[in-house]
Design a protein around this ligand. Structure first.
Ligand code: ATP
Ligand code: MG
Length: 362
């Protein structure tokens, strides 16, 4: 079994706490994505697991083994680094074979395993080439093949697609997913690209300033962000936030947003009622807002500022009171700049957040 456990792991660089009390379990065979902005501690966490950094506190387990004090070579981990490097003076075959040669494996075993890895990454026809004769995507695949050829139970990948153009990224993303389905190594994959995270992860751990702020399956992270940071980090464009005030009266619990009264879903109304009179944030994704031509329950007045036809949908930039909101509508929606419309909120899709802490109310 190669499940991975971080228990209260802490890593400090001078005044920077790069990993702050990280507790996380990754199941055997799971594909876990670490997602977060630059500098939040993603690489640090991988390096601690790989044994390239000593932790300042906590323990790390792989299966039943406490690896916290083991040197890297004894941890049985393969890693694709952020600045993936292939050896320019070695052929693709020798690049992939490198780690096995270091282990003095027999020649026929090396040949067999290199050919198997090359097949998985569709490099079979390129084994004789040098890196300079490869495209960026092919080079990146060599770096991945070099890691998986080691048949480690744990595979760490630090932004392996970061150097690729958008189209190649898309292609490689699907290839990595297929690869994982085939080899089933316990994988930790680092990215700051939220689309990649949603697409690849069995689960996503969202990091901010050295901490994990939410860890869950992708659609839970998308639909139920734990706080404003997560809602604002995930989604293109991200979640909209509009300020409001909770008001409880004879007609029940409402949230006053500008001139509009929004009736929260019944499941969340009691928790909101407890915040009567307090400021609150209404979080809603662009695709959960709809245009209406007349005022209805749960609508708010808005003005269209910008219309962007994006093929599969239209993206609208709207003025809502003092705020700007992004709204995604069908490609054939008839709408033009300066239109005054009503925006309809689906109460079931609203994620209410505490205005002072940014934490979701539940
Ligand atoms: N060797 C080091 N010495 C000093 N500070 C470091 C060192 N390595 C990382 N840090 C700091 O620790 C924090 C976390 O860095 P880390 O490389 O883990 O971030 P990251 O999430 O991987 O970011 P990126 O997406 O930019 O790669 C940053 O503030 C960084 O400056
Ligand atoms: Mg990094």
């Amino acid at each position: 079994m190669a499940n991975i456990r971080f228990e209260s792991v802490r890593k400090v660089f001078g005044k920077v706490v790069a990993a702050n009390d990280i507790t996380l379990e990754i199941k055997d065979g799971e594909f876990m994505v670490l997602l977060g902005p630059s500098g939040c501690g993603k690489t640090t966490l991988l390096r601690c697991l790989a044994g390239l950094e000593r932790v300042d506190g906590g323990r790390i387990f792989i299966g039943e083994r406490d690896v916290t004090d083991l040197p890297p070579r004894d941890r049985k981990i393969a890693m694709v680094f952020q600045s993936y490097a292939v050896f320019p003076h070695l052929t693709v075959f020798d690049n992939i074979a490198f780690g096995l040669k270091m282990q003095n494996r027999p020649r026929d075993e090396i040949k067999r395993r290199v050919e198997e890895s090359a097949r998985l990454l569709e490099l079979s026809d390129l084994l004789g080439r040098y890196p300079a004769q490869l495209s960026g995507g092919q080079r990146q695949r060599v770096a991945v093949a070099r890691a998986i050829v080691m048949q480690a139970q744990v595979l760490l990948m630090d932004e392996p697609l970061s150097n690729l153009d958008a189209l190649l990224r898309l292609q490689m993303r699907a290839e990595l997913k297929r690869l994982h389905q085939e080899i089933r190594a316990t994988t930790i994959y680092v990215t700051h690209d939220q689309v990649e995270a949603l697409s690849l992860g069995d689960r996503i751990a969202v990091m901010q300033s050295g901490r994990i702020v939410q860890c869950d399956v992708p659609m839970k992270i998308y639909d139920y962000p734990a706080n404003k940071f997560v809602g604002g980090f995930i989604g293109t464009p991200p979640m909209n936030f509009l300020p409001g005030v909770v008001r409880v009266n004879g007609r029940g619990t409402n949230v006053v947003v500008g001139e509009a009264h929004i009736a929260p879903a019944s499941s969340i109304a009691p928790a909101l009622a407890a915040k009567n009179g307090q400021p609150i944030l209404l979080g809603i994704r662009p695709e959960n807002l709809a245009l209406a031509s007349s005022p209805q329950p749960n609508t708010i007045r808005a003005r269209v500022l910008v219309v962007e036809p994006l093929g599969s949908h239209k993206l609208l930039t709207m003025q809502v009171g003092d705020e700007i909101a992004k709204v995604s509508v069908a490609p054939d929606e008839r709408v033009a700049p300066n239109d005054d419309v009503w925006l309809h909120f689906d109460p079931e899709k609203i994620r209410w957040m505490d205005a002072s802490t940014g934490e979701a109310i539940r």
